[in-house]
Write a protein that binds this ligand. Structure first.
Ligand code: GUN
Length: 297
């Protein structure tokens, strides 16, 4: 990746994963077992299958135990919650991730609420979102955590900067805003109903786009010198018959002329999500074993 404007999330994530891998043997020595991550994939959603496969591979490559459960799409909510409860009480498991989206007949919130907060490596349980909001040690959602790491790597101290987060999801937008606030940014959480969105974004030193709308943030929305994190992954027609391509929520080619730095899609935030999942699993394993948090993560 030669353009210095592009933030190489893939390379950053590879280094983070290598550091996690280096820390695992110390945990194994102290705890007498590997950190364990259980991933539950309900049904056969093709995109979810790809994610879950990558997570499993990365977990094993870091020296951790990967446990996969793949119940059929017609599993009942009660059966899925019973599976989560079994994983909660399994001493060998430090992290539980239930891949979303779940089939329509299952209430995501009820399933997330059933996960033991100390094993909630997605950081979606209200105990963890509440701890994040009040500034206590929480397990923090992986995509915003990875985005923050890239921002701090590029900008150093974020204190006093204007940050605009576009998108108010529980998975990305809201926790991202909390993390940026903790870093002493002045945070605006914008969304689909925000008036004059382009003007709001133009004020920002930091833009995080997490709306799920292909190439919505245009070049002239971005203040010269801003740093842009593109969380979007949208599949659109490529112009070639029958072919599609991946784009983010930002019109990258246009923004490159304005921004100081931007994460590409793919190869930006995406690889950071998996690296942070391993980071959260390592942290959860230490806390569950009564060990101090691993240093440098
Ligand atoms: N589906 C898309 N992203 C995520 C994620 O970060 N965690 C889970 N559990 N499901 C997802």
């Amino acid at each position: 990746m030669t353009d210095p404007t592009l933030i190489d999330g893939k390379a950053f994530a590879a280094k983070l994963r290598a550091r996690i891998g280096d820390a695992v043997p110390d945990f194994v020595k102290a705890a007498g077992r590997k950190p364990g991550l259980a991933v539950v994939l309900v049904g056969e959603d093709p995109a979810s299958q790809v994610y879950v496969r990558s997570k499993g591979k990365a977990t094993v490559a870091a020296g951790m135990e990967s446990i996969e459960h793949r119940p059929d799409a017609d599993i009942s909510q009660a059966e899925l919650i019973a599976l989560v409860e079994k994983l909660n009480s399994d001493e060998a498991i430090d992290g539980i991730l239930v891949q979303l989206p779940l089939p329509d007949h299952i209430d995501d919130k009820a399933v997330i609420a059933a996960i033991e907060p100390a094993k909630d490596v997605d950081g979606f349980h209200v105990i963890n979102t509440g701890k994040l909001a009040v500034g206590e040690d929480a397990l923090v959602p992986c995509t915003p955590l990875g985005s923050l790491m890239l921002l701090k790597d590029r900008l150093g101290d974020l204190s006093g900067l204007d940050a605009v987060v576009v998108g108010r999801s529980n998975i990305v937008g809201k926790p991202m805003a909390q993390l940026l606030l903790q870093e002493n940014c002045t945070v605006t959480l914008a969304h689909s109903r925000t008036k004059n969105l382009s003007e709001v974004v133009r004020r920002a030193d930091i833009v995080v786009a997490a709306v799920g709308r292909a190439e919505m943030v245009k070049g002239d929305w971005v203040k010269p010198g801003a740093v842009v994190i593109d969380v979007g992954i949208n599949r659109i027609a490529s112009g070639v018959e029958g072919k599609t391509r991946l784009v983010g929520d930002v019109a990258t080619a246009e923004v490159i002329g304005h921004a100081a730095a931007i994460t590409p899609v793919p190869g930006g935030v995406g690889p950071m999500t998996i690296a942070c999942l391993l980071r959260n699993t390592l942290v959860a394993a230490h806390r569950r074993a009564g060990l101090p948090d691993p240093e440098g993560f």
